[in-house]
Ligand binder design. Sequence first.
Ligand code: FE2
Length: 284
Amino acid sequence: MAVTRLTPEDVVASIAELPPMPASISEVISACDDQDMTVGQLSQVVLRDQSLTANILKLANSAFYGHARRVTTVTEAVVLLGFSAIKSLAISSHTARLLNRSLPGYGLQAGELWHHSMCVAFTARRVAVEVHLAPVEEAFVAGLLLDIGKTVLSSHLEGAFGEVMRVAAERHAPFHHIEAELLGFDHAELGARIAAKWSFPPELEEAIRFHHDPAQATLKPMLSHVVHVSDVACTMLGQGIGGDGLAYEVCPESLEALAFDQARMMRLMDEIAPMMDSGAFGID
Ligand SMILES: [Fe+2]
């Protein structure tokens, strides 16, 4: 099999090659965290970046934010959605450029991982509201970034996807276990390191690291459970899973932590099914 194990240095070098956060996005993120920022000032910061402005308006109008009336200006988006949602949308706008790519190492066509990540993000936000896990936007960002490590590992698995799938099916083992065996790292670990490089809080890093094994989380276990259940629900609906959906089952500890039974899981899948429309998250 044409797969070479990665050293910790290889991982650091691969992460360093990721495109940096553009200054316009960083400015919006800092502005959202600034207690003294007014709605008008934040809108001005957003408006400096045309594509970010367009993407924020598109995403703010996606049915999944649950606003009955159309959002037509950035100021309205800021008022209706709040500063932390604008921050999530700015992060989404940057990561879309990475997540939109085709990832042959995972059998994913262009756009598939972006769509899956957005489905998980909106589902995680919804579940966080339901179980009173604050801040809900943290669940959104964790859901959005959970598979970001695939954007780095895909090239290392390219040419071996068929073989990884065959071994995973033969052993009925999850894809990420075979990844870790072959490469020494799985996409969840890589994703956590990317989150650390982008200075996201440690609990968000943890939720990405343990999105396939949420029972291992210790800092903020509920966040990992919310993200895991949301990922499984979107995967079960068959959205953008590539090889990662193989042998991926819901962790019983997560169902217990959220007080979810099978019937609630089924209802959640019914609620999020409209997101499976392939045009639901089109952005520039
Ligand atoms: Fe994953």
